[in-house]
Design a protein around this ligand. Structure first.
Ligand SMILES: Cc1cc2nc3c(=O)[nH]c(=O)nc-3n(C[C@H](O)[C@H](O)[C@H](O)COP(=O)(O)OP(=O)(O)OC[C@H]3O[C@@H](n4cnc5c(N)ncnc54)[C@H](O)[C@@H]3O)c2cc1C
Length: 292
């Protein structure tokens, strides 16, 4: 049950949305954007937030577009998880993002929930953040003072906290077109089918013709309040033979990086660290199997 009344605004452009947000902020009134409502509505039902104003993005045209722009994919913030999972262009050029979208929640959540909403809400158990961080994704943000581009790693600043301010709208997420020989995988550990990740791990791996590592990137959720990327070890693995020992080395580095897992009802911190090792191992192994 929604516990407190609010005023609903339905702008038809980003500029109008930003103007409305800005007015509310200036008047000292609590305001939230509404995308798919799959996180905002439960939060309101639980009484965790009670915005006086809601600015819906559902009437802003073009926020759900997916297009190739040179060596990047430009994905509208309003793109649903379902559209990302099914997109042929994303499946072809950034398959890890489609794989991630396809494992979010259930059909209803995937049909309504959006990429931008997941970033804006930033649950530390959400599946996109570690993948966006490993992809070096860039977020396009519009505010009353103009437009700025922020690296995904700088958007997720702390537990359920992003660097977006209340009068800013995330409009587009840009991810690289991955070389076709890249092996990618995102795997998650959940208590029940369709549940949030207790731990999630993504990997992108490219091989040299002699089966040595050309490049590897790994991103993890569940290891800390913000996504963890294995930057400290990624470069040192270049040129190393990719074999079971290699996979184990990455899994061990992931375990070490899981310095601050958020304990939860079904998994304490030690257990989560162990699962970080197990699921990183699975992600890297699967990426290896898929690399040409
Ligand atoms: C039953 C259930 C299961 C779920 N399972 C998973 C899961 O397995 N994995 C997972 O990752 N997620 C899961 N989710 C969360 C789901 O992915 C949500 O869709 C997502 O977190 C929020 O997207 P939304 O479009 O619904 O955003 P909303 O709920 O509309 O908004 C969420 C927040 O983001 C802000 N926001 C929305 N759009 C923008 C924007 N363009 N710019 C700036 N801020 C914006 C809003 O103001 C709000 O604060 C689940 C949700 C439910 C209800």
């Amino acid at each position: 049950m929604i516990r407190a009344p609010f005023q609903l605004h339905r702008p038809h452009s980003i500029d109008e949305a930003v103007r409305l947000l800005s007015q509310c902020v200036q008047n000292g009134e609590d305001v939230k954007l509404l995308a798919g409502g799959q996180s905002l509505m439960p939060s309101m039902n639980l009484g965790l937030v009670a915005p006086a104003h809601i600015v819906s993005l559902n009437h802003v045209a073009g926020l759900d577009s997916i297009r190739r722009d040179g060596d990047m994919l430009a994905i509208g913030a309003g793109t649903t998880h379902h559209a990302l999972a099914e997109s042929e262009v994303v499946q072809a050029h950034c398959p890890i993002l489609s794989e991630t979208a396809a494992c979010i929640g259930d059909v209803q959540v995937r049909n309504r929930g959006t990429l931008g909403g997941s970033i804006g809400h930033f649950d530390p158990a959400a599946d996109y953040p570690p993948v966006l961080v490993l992809l070096d994704a860039a977020c396009q943000i519009v505010s009353p003072s103009g437009e700025r581009t922020v690296a995904a790693k700088d958007v997720f600043v702390d537990y359920m906290t992003t660097s977006l301010s209340a009068d800013e709208v995330l409009t587009e997420i840009r991810v690289p077109v991955l070389p076709s020989d890249t092996g990618t995988a995102y795997v998650k550990f959940t208590r029940v089918e369709g549940g949030f990740a207790i731990v999630g791990a993504g990997a992108c791996l490219r091989l040299n013709p002699d089966n040595t590592c050309r490049s590897i990137r790994v991103g993890i959720c569940g290891a800390a309040p913000v996504p963890v990327r294995l930057t400290a070890i990624e470069d040192t693995l270049t040129g190393k033979a990719v074999d079971d020992a290699f996979v184990e080395m990455v899994a061990a580095a992931a375990y070490e990086s899981a310095h601050d897992p958020v304990a939860e009802l079904h998994a304490d911190a030690d257990y989560k660290r162990e699962m970080v090792r197990v699921f990183t191992r699975r992600a890297v192994k699967t990426a290896w199997e898929r690399a040409d």
